[in-house]
Design a protein around this ligand. Structure first.
Ligand SMILES: Cc1cc2nc3c(=O)[nH]c(=O)nc-3n(C[C@H](O)[C@H](O)[C@H](O)COP(=O)(O)OP(=O)(O)OC[C@H]3O[C@@H](n4cnc5c(N)ncnc54)[C@H](O)[C@@H]3O)c2cc1C
Length: 384
């Protein structure tokens, strides 16, 4: 990594309580009212190009198109993720957990930091606890450094939180402003930089990683944050988009089809000789009984109980997934939630429910997500 030329150096990505989907779509009515007012002076045109309006294919939003609903628990710490080494009896234990709403994004970077901490001076086999995005990235980096690895995990893909994620490369809700240390911010910047570079070399169908333009209402706190990341971002004029909002911001980033990605990562670990064992650990003493002298803890929210980290809390997110629409080649986010188009479905999100431990989708919330998106997409000023 070359921090001197990092495009990410000095950027700040935080969980502020005003983020675009903070709370359970709390700004939904405000947004809907604003959209309706804007739409009042401007006819919606279907299937036609209209000067002053660049068409995009709208998502066909209807409950009948839902192919699955999911809910997952973001492993959130307002102090940010934990990447730290400590002794566990005779072993070295390196923590790598607590990535909040940005664990797909940050996984390679924090795993890089964790392996730098753990592997120095080590010889012999290595244990990785957890087989989500973070555990798999850690296992691959251990292998790339030349060490044999065993992953121990209570659940494997597709039954991890990482499989639920929308998969946008964006460090959303990774920490809270005012609660982080300068040391953490340095870790954060280095990790984000490594992840940004690593995902770029994984772009393509093998890992299900693709670039997409993403639109967000300008003036929203989200747009302000994104304005510093990634390098490809700018305001677009009203003539350049079909959305009802006057001021829209566009940035280009990568999207990870998490099911495909995690499957491929699991294969990569196995092809390189890695072992995978399904096993749940109840206490650190259970980990102490493992044969490996170096252990990486990548248990996500599991660290709340396993290591008694009371700073770690769930933030539930719920998604409705619609039948795929390959013609939809952009993502959009706003107070109504977000839409990420993937080969395995059109993801409509989402909720941001602090402290909720139940990872079951609630029909009433899903109906609300669908209704909000239906209103948004029916408001296009012109369509492809
Ligand atoms: C709705 C939603 C949308 C999201 N969207 C995005 C997004 O667009 N972009 C993004 O970057 N991030 C996103 N995230 C966040 C992301 O999903 C998480 O930050 C990430 O999955 C955390 O990865 P992980 O590997 O740490 O945890 P997990 O995927 O939860 O994996 C933890 C592993 O540890 C194992 N484990 C846990 N406890 C134990 C134990 N006691 N013993 C043995 N094994 C154990 C589990 O079985 C599992 O294998 C989203 C999350 C949600 C819920």
């Amino acid at each position: 990594m070359n921090t001197a030329v990092s495009p990410l150096e000095g950027k700040v990505f935080m969980d502020s309580s005003f983020r675009w989907n903070d709370g359970l779509r709390i700004d939904r009515r405000t947004f809907a009212a604003g959209s309706a007012a804007l739409l009042g002076g401007c006819a919606t045109m279907s299937g036609r190009h209209y000067s002053g309006c660049t068409p995009l294919a709208p998502v066909i939003v209807d409950e009948s198109r839902i192919i699955r609903t999911v809910a997952g628990l973001r492993p959130y710490r307002k102090q940010g993720f934990v990447v730290r080494a400590e002794a566990l009896g005779e072993k070295r234990l390196v923590h790598n957990y607590g990535h909040g709403g940005g664990g797909i994004t940050m996984s390679w970077g924090t795993s890089k930091l964790a392996t730098e901490l753990g592997l120095q001076g080590h010889s012999g086999r290595v244990a990785v606890i957890g087989s989500g995005a973070v555990g798999l990235a850690t296992a691959r980096l251990v292998q790339e450094a030349g060490f044999p690895v065993t992953i121990y995990a209570a659940a494997l893909p597709p039954d991890t939180t990482s499989n639920i994620a929308g998969g946008q490369f964006h460090p959303f809700a990774v920490f809270r402003e005012g609660f982080v240390t300068p040391v953490f911010m340095e870790q954060f910047a280095r990790a984000l930089d490594y992840s940004w570079r690593r995902y770029q070399i994984m772009v393509g169908d093998d890992y299900g990683v693709h670039w997409l333009p993403t639109y967000v209402k300008d003036g929203s706190p989200e747009a302000k944050t994104i304005a510093t990341f990634p390098p490809i971002n700018r305001m677009v004029s009203q003539a350049e988009h079909p959305f009802p909002d006057v001021t829209v911001f566009r940035y280009d980033t990568m999207y990870v089809e998490t099911g495909r990605y995690l499957r491929q990562m699991t294969h990569d670990v196995q092809i390189a000789g890695g072992k995978i064992e399904v096993r749940k650990f109840a206490t650190p003493a259970d980990i102490g009984a493992l044969p490996e002298s170096l252990v990486f803890n990548c248990t996500g929210l599991g660290s709340h109980d396993l290591f008694g980290d009371s700073d770690l809390h769930p933030i539930r997110g719920q998604l409705a997934i619609l039948e795929p629409q390959p013609e939809v080649r952009y993502a959009v986010q706003g107070q109504f939630g977000y839409m990420f188009p993937r080969a395995d479905g059109i993801l409509l999100g989402g909720t941001f429910e602090r402290g909720v431990w139940d990872a079951t989708p609630r029909p009433a919330d899903i109906a609300g997500i669908v209704a909000d998106h239906k209103r948004f997409f029916s408001g296009f000023r012109c369509t492809a």
